[in-house]
Design a binder for this molecule. Structure first.
Ligand code: ADP
Ligand code: MG
Length: 245
């Protein structure tokens, strides 16, 4: 099966520093893939390229076969790549439901269409389904500012989901969470993974090993290793990099 996303020679230079060095990467549709690597390895830079935050210096990013490298982020979002940032997307003074509804609207309907009552109801229905999926249905009418840290992180995922992505990029989804919240978020990711492809940058190795089908290890902008969690755990080069840092 053709990969949903593939990079060819993806390169990013910041002056004299090569943050990504000709990265060739592929992810199958429906896969949960983790990207790991020490600080400065290029993980965020990789996400920034995929989501149009950063224009690569060289290389191609093929999403469903189309080169999206250098396209603006709103266009990439419309094509079906979403990313959950760390809370920055949340409107604190809107309710949980409104946060998701606004995201759903941005993808699905032009403002003029919303004059039609049925289109509006459609969006509310979609927003409610998303809240259900991220476990926030009971908090629909709560102001986002009043949610706990863990709930806000899950709302971030909901906002990304509401744009109906094919590929969802999660940047440290469990950062700052308690053990119980981490467990819930892992369940959440597994649940939503049924209909999507998920790319996840995560520091918590237990989360990575439990969630990912395959793992890509970045090191100084290079792909150091790629494989199943079991393969990565016994890869001598990976062990060396992690033991050294
Ligand atoms: N906007 C930028 N300008 C200059 N250097 C950057 C910029 N963004 C990242 N870098 C550098 O690129 C390298 C990779 O960074 P990053 O992708 O953030 O790594 P990671 O997310 O794996 O910790 C680091 O050396 C970092 O200092
Ligand atoms: Mg980073």
């Amino acid at each position: 099966m053709a990969p949903v996303l593939r990079t060819e020679g993806l390169t990013v230079r910041f002056g004299g520093l090569t943050a990504l060095d000709s990265v060739d990467f592929e992810i199958r549709r429906g896969e949960i893939r983790a990207i790991i690597g020490p600080n400065g390895a290029g993980k965020s830079t990789f996400f920034n390229c995929l989501t149009g935050v950063l224009r690569p210096t060289a290389g191609r990013i093929l999403f469903n076969g189309e080169n999206i490298a250098g396209l603006p982020s709103n266009l990439i979002s419309q094509k079906g790549i979403a990313r959950s940032y760390q809370i920055t997307n949340i409107l604190p003074n809107a309710t949980t439901l409104e946060n998701v509804r606004i995201a759903a609207q941005s993808r699905r309907h032009s403002w003029s269409m919303l004059r039609h009552h049925s289109a509006y109801l459609d969006i509310i229905e979609k927003a409610e389904a998303v809240l259900e999926a991220v476990g926030l249905r009971a908090k629909a009418d709560e102001l986002a500012a009043n949610l706990s840290h863990g709930e806000q992180r899950n709302l971030e995922i909901g906002i990304a989901l509401a744009t109906e992505p094919e590929l969802l990029c999660l940047d440290e989804p469990t950062a700052g969470m308690s053990a119980a919240e981490t467990h819930d978020t892992m369940e959440l990711v597994r649940r939503i993974a049924k209909d999507l492809t998920i790319l996840i940058v995560e520091h918590d190795m237990q989360v990575v090993m439990a969630l990912a089908q395959r793992i890509t290890v970045l090191h100084y902008g290079d792909v150091l290793a790629e494989g199943t969690p079991a393969e990565i755990q016994r890869n001598p080069r990976v062990l060396e990099v992690y033991l050294k840092t």
